[in-house]
Design a protein around this ligand. Structure first.
Ligand code: HEM
Length: 484
């Protein structure tokens, strides 16, 4: 059974990692085009941007779900059939989406703001339909995968215990709840709700595509689409944290259980993360004003508790623990730092007064690329290195240094662009022909591309390190895993 679970997990992890590398290449292509180093028509640029955004979020979220599914399998009976079925649906969806964007030219951006894809599009109608169907296929894959995780967790621990409410009530249960159960449950609940919101949205899009006379409410669809997109990308990062809570104790030799503070923090995060997406709608004057205020408060609420307990938790895990700083703990610690740094940029941007200035500037890709690229991606790689028991430590740590150098350099160019007021989502800065902005944008983009190439080399190096050293690492420390 353990072998079949590993095989299914490997299928997901490899798919996620390979799609990630391809999407980085598309990202570099965009940055080179914005730097006027390569020539892309606007239609091609936006098709690449759409694929890159959806592909990155989709692949990394799938990788994150595979991580919590695998962790769940250590204490619960997960379904292999569901995992393979979900993987198959995801791969078919991804291939169809690649065709619809890169061949068909579907290019309204990841959230395909209604009614954009249906109003005199620059791409054929089949590309719109194929993209909608591809996203529905991936959505179904994530839905059944998450429901299986929840089913398995509830069967083993009891549905009532999953969110650790007994700890909040001040009780000390006889059988302690492992932290990874609380976080995996939180991820699967939030992810399921987000995915359902996406499914409802996409089914309406499909209806519109099949029957163009149908009129839908643009504001409602923007809400439901962001509830989907915002929630799944946040859940993705929480899946990375779940890996840290589960794996790091093996390196430090210290158990990491649930207590009252952790339980409150993760429950608060679950509640707030579902409402934080309102900060994407600050510019929508038709949105009820109270929702903007809730958006600002929920953004703070979803960021602060989980960050505080996790960063404090990682600190107390490693402090004077004598941990050997091999690739996995190093990638976890640096990933958590990247997540927190990007989180600060995001919280700043979610403040209404600041958002008035930064909205749709390069500051936005600056912060979300930070907590993904040098945050979640490092956590994910830390998990991969440990999962494949890689012994190529020096090679992997060298790749990590390369990725940090390339990653932070690439991000800095986004932040500098944002501070200068350069807009996001434009294929060329040439139109910003005042105050030297066009030249500045192109220079920052070219430097960004160069740093991103360094990152890509580091990521490929990491991939080689795992292939080279797989299966040869000695077991790290004693396992204090409370679930096994
Ligand atoms: C070195 C790696 C990466 C490079 C070079 C890169 C590059 C880019 C560029 C140039 C843009 C367009 C920015 C603009 O002008 O608005 C972009 C957008 C985006 N990227 Fe990345 N990116 C990378 C990694 C990631 C990662 C790890 C994620 C994970 C979620 C991601 C998700 C997105 C999303 C969601 C968008 C917005 C797409 C849209 O607006 O429709 N990228 N990226």
């Amino acid at each position: 059974m353990e072998k079949s679970i590993r095989k299914a997990t490997i299928a997901w992890l490899l798919t996620a990692f390979l799609v990630f590398l391809v999407m980085v290449t598309l990202g570099i292509t965009m940055r080179l085009a914005q730097g006027a180093q390569v020539s892309l028509s606007p239609t091609t640029f936006y098709a690449i941007m759409t694929m890159h955004g959806l592909g990155m979020a989709g692949a990394l979220f799938s990788g994150g779900l595979a991580v919590i599914w695998y962790i769940t399998s250590h204490s619960c009976k997960v379904s292999l059939g569901v995992s393979w079925a979900a993987w198959g649906l995801f791969v078919v969806g991804a291939v169809v989406l690649l065709a619809a964007t890169l061949l068909g030219g579907f290019g309204p951006g990841w959230y395909a703001l209604y009614p954009l894809p249906f109003v005199r599009p620059a791409w054929p109608s089949w590309a719109t339909g194929a993209s909608i169907i591809a996203l529905i296929l991936m959505g179904v894959a994530w839905l059944i995968f998450q429901l299986d995780i929840l089913r398995a967790l509830a069967a083993k621990w009891g549905a009532k215990r999953l969110l650790a409410w007994e700890y909040i009530a001040g009780k000390t249960p006889e059988e302690p709840l492992p932290a990874q159960v609380l976080i995996a449950a939180m991820c699967a609940i939030a992810g399921t709700l987000g995915t359902l919101s996406g499914a409802a949205t996409l089914i309406l899009y499909l209806l519109k595509w099949l029957s163009p006379s149908v009129e839908l409410d643009p504001l409602l669809l923007k809400n439901t689409m962001f509830m989907f997109g915002h929630t799944i990308v946040n859940v993705c990062i929480y899946c990375g944290l779940c890996a840290i809570y589960y794996v790091l104790p093996r390196f430090t030799g210290r158990p990491w259980g649930v207590n009252r503070v952790t339980a409150i923090a993760w429950n608060a995060t679950l509640m707030f993360v579902l409402f934080a997406y309102f900060h994407h709608l600050y510019m929508d004057f038709a949105q009820v004003k109270a929702l903007h205020i809730i958006g600002q408060l929920a953004s703070y609420g979803s960021a602060l508790p989980a960050t505080a307990v996790s960063i404090f938790g990682i600190g107390s895990q490693v402090y004077k623990s004598g941990v050997k700083w091999s690739f996995t703990p190093l990638a976890f610690a640096l990933g958590a730092i990247g997540w927190a740094v990007g989180g600060v940029g995001a919280v700043v941007d979610s403040t209404i007064m600041v958002n008035t200035y930064f909205h749709n500037t390069l500051w936005v890709p600056g912060h979300f690329h930070t907590y993904f690229l040098v945050g979640y991606v490092l956590m994910f790689m830390g998990f991969l290195h440990d999962f494949f028991k890689s012994s190529a430590e020096r090679f992997a740590v060298g790749s990590l240094v390369t990725m940090l150098l390339g990653g932070y350099g690439f991000l800095l160019m986004f932040y500098l662009g944002g501070m200068s007021g350069l807009p996001r989502r434009v294929s060329s800065y040439a139109a910003a022909s005042f105050g030297g902005l066009a030249e500045k944008g192109a220079t920052l983009a070219t430097l960004g591309a160069a740093f991103a190439i360094v990152f890509l080399l580091g990521a490929i190096g990491f991939g080689f390190s795992v292939v080279k050293g797989r299966g040869a690492a000695p077991e790290a420390g004693a396992s204090p895993d409370p679930a096994s």
